[in-house]
Design a protein around this ligand. Structure first.
Ligand code: HEM
Ligand code: SF4
Length: 556
């Protein structure tokens, strides 16, 4: 894990005292909400439907047990005893009183955390693969590059007031677990020829009302030029992005309007002209950052054989353990180890919520079984990256005791959902109760296993915070003539086969949407061949059989 230095600490301390003053002026009425808005947005504070909300940054989703425990204590003391993990690997507190926020920021700073650049039109937290550094299929650890981007983008004077918010994601594996094609800039570490690893750079991906897949800008960027190249992209965007229209201000619209060829030419011209040497950092600095991310795990003497034999035996005799292994336990780079996702999606629960007691238990488990380290995943779960396979049975038992053993990672109950009308002032429909009804309907472990890998995402309005465009099954909540209506979209994907889901037809009522999803799933089960996943079947047969099942043959 990266260790922040005295510069980071000083920056955060200054920011807190500045914000404390701004909060005091708001509370005394000296500042009205309009004047306060840009100030709070620089500090992760949103105004939701019922209260202010604080979004806390978890750089590239990496967090330690001490920090997690502190988040639990903050939830207990200042909120209602829980926090909500987000798709961009951060955490939100929904009920903090404005007057308490400076104190919360001080408590966060004590454990090296803050809320800077988690809102507003700036470069947000760079996200990455939750298995970064340990994934068996990894080409290179992306975290040092994410950290480099963090240092470069924090308070970057030129990019503090961009036309709109700006999100970067980076993966070091060819299987994309970071949704890079749905980001303003998506980066993939990959072979670029001559035995060298470099970056594939995608630009202009996004959700919202105009969903776009990131377009390939180049597939051969030498690593040492990462910062100057993305600075060139940001400069072109900062100059040409449509500031005057909020709905057209994202970089995806600029790339649309120029076309990717012309956009690339603009970026290249800027890149040539800019004096890269002053922006790209020397190799020694990159090596310094990389040295903080040293491998944590060493293989057991027998290469993990004993553990894997014991687990195979247990798997055969214990279907619940087997289901958990299949869904929640991931291949690891180092023999004898595994990555383990702790699902925050119990049947009928609120996706991504964790209570203080759960955060404390998970922090204890991380200390005991994962070198005190954890990750927040894009799917709003927590992940232990350094578990020895011989510890899997004990970890499983501890999770069962804490009620945290839900074995649905990557299954239909692992729903991504935005806060929707329960919290959000922009919402047109509720999303959380729909997610709860769906995960309760699909709770049976045998059924989850039978349905297999599938993604189900729900947004409470067209802004698409719940990534419905990228779900194999997506649900968009819309208000229709005073009643909530839910539109069903199919065929989206957020991984390396990224795709935008297609609308099936007329929306469904809140009561009917769960049944409609069930119809889609049953249709897939009837059509699948030879172990095909949902998305593979969908791609083979197209949307028509699903439409027929949902609406009858007339609508097909
Ligand atoms: C506090 C309530 C929230 C408000 C008011 C809010 C507001 C918005 C708005 C206005 C957009 C559209 C922006 C644009 O296209 O330029 C948006 C998009 C988005 N929000 Fe939120 N949001 C909220 C909560 C969340 C949560 C909990 C998440 C989960 C991490 C989230 C993640 C996203 C994502 C991923 C997008 C899509 C960005 C894109 O177009 O690529 N938001 N949000
Ligand atoms: S998708 Fe809409 S309802 Fe959901 S959090 Fe975003 S803005 Fe709010």
């Amino acid at each position: 894990m990266y260790r922040y230095d005295e510069f980071d600490a000083a920056i955060v301390a200054d920011r807190i005292s500045e914000f404390r003053d701004q909060v005091n002026r708001r509370l005394s009425g000296e500042l009205d909400e309009e004047a306060f808005r840009p100030l709070r947005l620089m500090n992760g504070v949103y105004l939701q439907l019922h209260a202010y909300m604080l979004r806390v940054c978890i750089p590239y989703g990496e967090i330690n047990a001490t920090q997690l425990r502190r988040l639990g204590a903050i939830a207990q003391r200042y909120d209602r005893g829980y926090g909500h993990f987000t798709t961009r690997q951060n955490i939100q507190f929904n009920w903090v009183a404005l007057s308490d926020i400076p104190a919360v920021l001080e408590e966060l700073a004590e454990v090296g955390m803050h809320a800077i650049q988690t809102s507003g039109n700036c470069i947000r937290n760079t996200t990455t693969d939750p298995l970064a550094g340990v994934a068996a299929d990894e080409v290179e650890d992306p975290r040092p590059w994410a950290e480099l981007i963090r240092q470069w983008s924090t308070f970057h004077p030129e990019f503090t007031f961009l036309p709109r918010k700006f999100k970067v994601a980076i993966t070091g594996a060819s299987h994309d677990r970071a949704a890079i094609r749905f980001h303003d800039i998506g980066l993939e570490l990959a072979p670029i020829g001559g035995g060298e690893i470099g970056f594939k750079v995608f630009v202009g991906g996004g959700m919202g009302r105009t969903p776009r897949l990131g377009r390939l800008l180049r597939d051969d960027l030498p690593k040492q030029h990462l910062l100057s190249y993305i600075e060139a992209i940001l400069r072109v965007y900062n100059r040409q992005g449509q500031r005057e229209n909020k709905y057209k201000a994202r970089i995806k619209i600029l790339v649309d309007s120029l076309g990717v060829e012309a956009f690339r030419a603009e970026v290249d011209a800027e890149w040539e002209a800019m004096g890269r040497a002053t922006i790209d950092v020397p190799e020694a600095e990159i090596a310094r950052i990389q040295s903080y991310f040293v491998p944590q795990d060493s293989a057991p003497e027998d290469g993990g054989l004993a553990a894997s034999r014991a687990i195979t035996k247990r798997r055969a005799s214990d279907p619940a353990f087997a289901g958990w292994l299949d869904a929640n336990v991931h291949a690891h780079k180092v023999a004898g180890h595994a990555g383990v996702t702790i699902s925050l999606k119990p049947a009928g629960g609120i996706p991504g919520d964790a209570t203080t007691a759960q955060l404390e238990t998970i922090a204890d488990l991380a200390e005991r079984y994962s070198k005190g380290l954890l990750r927040v995943t894009h799917e709003q779960n927590l992940l232990l990256p350094h578990v020895r396979q011989e510890d899997l049975p004990a970890l499983w038992a501890a999770l069962v005791a804490a009620g945290l053993e839900t074995a649905n990672v990557g299954r239909i109950g692992d729903i991504i959902s935005c806060p929707g009308l329960d919290y959000c002032s922009l919402a047109t429909a509720r999303s959380i109760p729909i997610a709860q009804a769906l995960s309760a309907r699909f709770a049976d472990p045998a059924r989850l296993r039978d349905i297999g890998p599938i993604t189900l995402n729900i947004s409470g309005c067209i802004n698409a915070c719940g990534h419905h465009h990228a779900g194999n099954i997506g649900i968009l909540g819309l208000e229709k003539t005073g009643n909530e209506a839910y539109q069903l979209v199919l065929g989206g994907a957020a991984d390396e086969t990224a795709a935008i889901a297609r609308i099936t037809g007329q929306g469904f009522s809140a009561d009917a949407i769960v049944g409609a999803v069930e119809t889609v799933v049953d249709t897939y089960i009837g059509l699948r061949q030879d172990g095909e996943t949902f998305i593979e079947t969908f791609r083979r047969v197209g949307v028509t059989p699903f439409k027929e099942a949902l609406y009858g043959s007339v609508a097909a």
